[in-house]
Design a protein around this ligand. Structure first.
Ligand SMILES: [Zn+2]
Length: 335
């Protein structure tokens, strides 16, 4: 009797287990079938490298097809879309290292200070000026990585002040200067050395160079290197016959040319008069480019002058901002 009841209970348990297994099996088959359907949409899996779409239109099309599918849980492996997004490396140096200045829609003056890096205390004194200034360091200056990073921290923009041969044969442009008579490979070797002394600069301007900048072939050789490296060119205009900015213009290199030297006469009165000239030019034209040098009187004049700018509808701007402003204006003129 007990044996018979035990057999009956066992039979019931077996029936329940069989039922559960059958239900699970049916659910399993249905799940697999449901899963199968969207698999055909997995076009962009890793093994399918050769048929990867190449254009951005193809990518958008493929993305839409996948999004139309019913199952959004599929891991969508998009092709390497990063290739179409500009990377750090494709931003030219003159924009990558530009000091960003809010464009207040007012007239801009760039104050560039040349010949920096030799007298460290005078170089450092420009870091007390709010600016932004554009500081041009001689490649044979001392402790350049340290001096230039302090200038960057102070909010200033950097140039390499490229030494070039002057007309006056008694004036020495300095170590590894670019000279007219150099063979081209030595010229390029010196150029590479000059551009390797510190990082984070937007371009170059010439130190001296009243002779070399008159040589169109040498200027084209310089511009080729600047073009390759993404640098801008500021012509200090030490010769009225300079081929520098003309070569830059014809080769579509971002360029500008100096308007005013601030401190050829080293007195406060003379420097203030030159600053007034820069203001007048900026009012007429929207911008002006002035070059000064590391003299205490220049530092004193600039400190006092920059406080007067907000009331004059003028802002100090780095050289890159002036070039950018002119590029935008020229683009509008062409429309
Ligand atoms: Zn110089």
């Amino acid at each position: 009797m007990i044996k018979k009841r035990a057999q009956s209970v066992l039979t019931k348990i077996l029936i329940v287990v069989y039922g559960v297994v059958t239900v699970l099996a049916v659910v399993g088959v249905v799940t697999v079938l449901l899963d199968e359907t969207p698999l055909v949409l997995k076009k962009n899996n890793q093994s399918d490298v050769s048929s990867r779409p190449q254009s951005i239109d193809d990518i958008i099309k493929d993305t839409l097809i996948i999004e139309d599918g019913a199952d959004h849980s599929i891991a969508i492996d998009l092709p390497d879309i990063d290739r179409f997004i500009p990377s750090e490396a494709t931003i030219p140096a003159w924009q990558k290292y530009a000091v960003h200045t809010p464009n207040n829609g007012v007239n801009m003056i760039a104050v560039v200070i040349d010949d920096l890096g030799l007298t460290e205390h005078l170089t450092a004194a420009f870091n007390d000026i709010k600016g932004p200034l554009t500081l041009a360091f001689l490649p044979y200056g001392r402790n350049l990585p340290q001096q230039t990073s302090q200038a960057t921290e102070a909010g200033h923009e950097l140039l390499v002040h490229l030494p070039m041969q002057p007309q006056n044969k008694y004036a020495d442009p300095g170590y590894n200067a670019l000279l007219d008579e150099l063979p081209l490979d030595e010229y390029n070797r010196r150029l590479t050395w000059n551009l390797s002394r510190f990082d984070g600069f937007v371009g170059v301007n010439n130190h001296m160079g009243s002779l070399l900048t008159e040589n169109p072939a040498r200027m084209v050789a310089l511009m080729s290197v600047l073009q390759e490296r993404g640098f801008l060119f500021l012509d200090s205009l030490t010769s009225a016959e300079s081929a520098g900015y003309k070569a830059a213009k014809s080769m579509h290199i971002p360029y500008a040319a100096r308007d005013i030297f601030l401190d050829n006469e080293r007195t406060l009165a003379a420097i203030n008069a030159q600053l007034m000239q820069a203001e007048k030019l900026a009012e007429q034209r929207g911008f002006a480019i002035a070059i000064g040098h590391p003299h205490q009187v220049t530092i004193d004049a600039l400190k006092a002058w920059e406080k007067t700018l907000p009331s004059k509808n003028i802002q100090l701007a780095p050289i890159s901002a002036i070039i950018l402003k002119r590029q935008k204006e020229q683009a509008l003129d062409l429309k």
